[in-house]
Ligand binder design. Structure first.
Ligand SMILES: [Zn+2]
Length: 113
């Protein structure tokens, strides 16, 4: 389950920020996850409960914002929305697409005290 290692790296980032910004506790973490990031939000929530014990983020709420996938369609010459890799263009059904967005997983905001 790679969501567990993702959670661990989120915790690592938070602990580094806690040292840098001198906060001791995180109330909530807002995460942006693209539709093409290959992350299962439920597994991520489960992993989060496991890894946050004993860290500044212990008990912190995980607020997940899902972002759509985006791709450039060479036929339409336009950016279109896709739900997964290798989806055809929703407008012209072409497969000549290049994924341009929706692969990110990042910490958008930390609510700290
Ligand atoms: Zn198209």
């Amino acid at each position: 389950m790679h969501e567990l290692s993702l959670c661990q790296s989120i915790i690592d980032t938070i602990e580094a920020e806690a040292r840098k910004q001198h906060f001791s506790r995180v109330r909530s973490v807002r995460l942006e996850i693209g539709a093409l990031a290959g992350v299962d939000p439920e597994a991520l929530r489960f992993g989060w409960e496991v890894v946050n014990a004993g860290t500044p983020a212990e008990g912190a709420a995980l607020d997940i914002i899902g972002l759509p996938g985006a791709a450039w369609c060479f036929e339409c010459q336009d950016t279109v929305e896709v739900e997964q890799y290798y989806d055809p263009c929703p407008h012209c059904q072409s497969h000549k697409l290049q994924v341009t967005g929706g692969q990110q997983l990042k910490i958008k905001e930390l609510d700290v005290e």
